[in-house]
Design a binder for this molecule. Structure first.
Ligand SMILES: Cc1cc2nc3c(=O)[nH]c(=O)nc-3n(C[C@H](O)[C@H](O)[C@H](O)COP(=O)(O)O)c2cc1C
Length: 177
C-alpha cells in the first residue's frame, strides 16, 4: 500500500512527529511504502477562495499545492498529523485541508483510507472533543474510510508521551490493510 503521511508541526522532533515515526516504522515493517510531506517545512499557502479551480481542477497558486494534491489522489492511505492548537488542527494542516477544495471531487471519488494522529499538552476530557468532531465530519464529507486515530493527550513534549500511544501508533501502521 502507498501511504502518504502529512506532518504539520513546527517542532521537527516534537510529539506528533514522534508518535507518527512509530506509525511509519510499523507500516514499513509490514512492507508498505511510505512517503512524507511536512507542511511546516514546505511551500504552501492558504486557499485564495478564487474558485478558478471550480473545485475540480488545478490550483492557480505556484507552490507545493498541486504536487501534494496529486500525491493525495495517488495514495492508498492518507495520514493527517497535527499538534492540537486551540482545540483544533494546526493552521499548517488546516491550510492543506482547505487546498483539498481544488480536487474535492477526485478526493471524494477515491474513498481514501485515512488515519489521524494528534497530540495535545493537556490531559483533560475536553481537549480532543472539537478535533475529534472535525475528523469525523471531514471523513464523512470526503467519503473517506477511517482506519484509525491516535489522539495523544498529556503529550506536550516527547518525554511526556505515554508509551501506550507509541505502541498503538506502531500497531496501527503495522496492521494497515
Ligand atoms: C498555538 C498553540 C496552541 C495550542 N493549543 C493547545 C490546546 O488547545 N490544547 C492543548 O492541550 N495544547 C495546546 N497546545 C500545546 C500543543 O498541542 C502541544 O505542546 C503538542 O504536544 C505540540 O505538538 P508538537 O510537538 O507535535 O508540535 C498549543 C500549542 C500552541 C503552540
Amino acid at each position: 500500500m502507498n501511504v502518504l503521511v502529512i506532518k504539520s508541526s513546527p517542532h521537527l522532533s516534537g510529539t506528533s512527529n514522534t508518535i507518527t515515526d512509530k506509525f511509519i516504522k510499523g507500516a514499513i515493517d509490514a512492507g508498505h511504502s511510505v512517503e512524507t510531506y511536512d507542511i511546516a517545512r514546505g511551500n504552501l499557502h492558504p486557499c485564495l477562495g478564487c474558485d478558478r479551480c471550480g473545485m475540480n481542477w488545478l490550483c492557480v497558486q505556484k507552490d507545493d499545492g498541486n504536487y501534494v494534491l496529486d500525491k493525495i489522489i495517488k495514495c492508498d492511505c492518507l495520514v493527517l498529523v497535527t499538534p492540537v492548537y486551540y482545540f483544533g488542527v494546526s493552521a499548517q494542516l488546516k491550510m492543506l485541508i482547505d487546498r483539498f477544495y481544488a480536487r474535492n471531487g477526485e478526493i471524494t471519488a477515491k474513498h481514501l483510507k485515512v488515519v489521524y494522529i494528534a497530540a495535545a499538552w493537556n490531559d483533560d476530557n475536553i481537549v480532543m472533543e472539537a478535533i475529534s468532531k472535525h475528523f469525523d465530519i471531514l471523513t464523512s464529507y470526503l467519503k473517506m474510510n477511517e482506519i484509525g486515530r491516535i489522539l495523544a493527550k498529556g503529550a506536550g513534549t516527547p518525554s511526556m508521551i505515554k508509551k501506550h500511544y507509541l505502541d498503538e501508533a506502531y500497531e496501527l501502521g503495522n496492521n494497515l490493510k
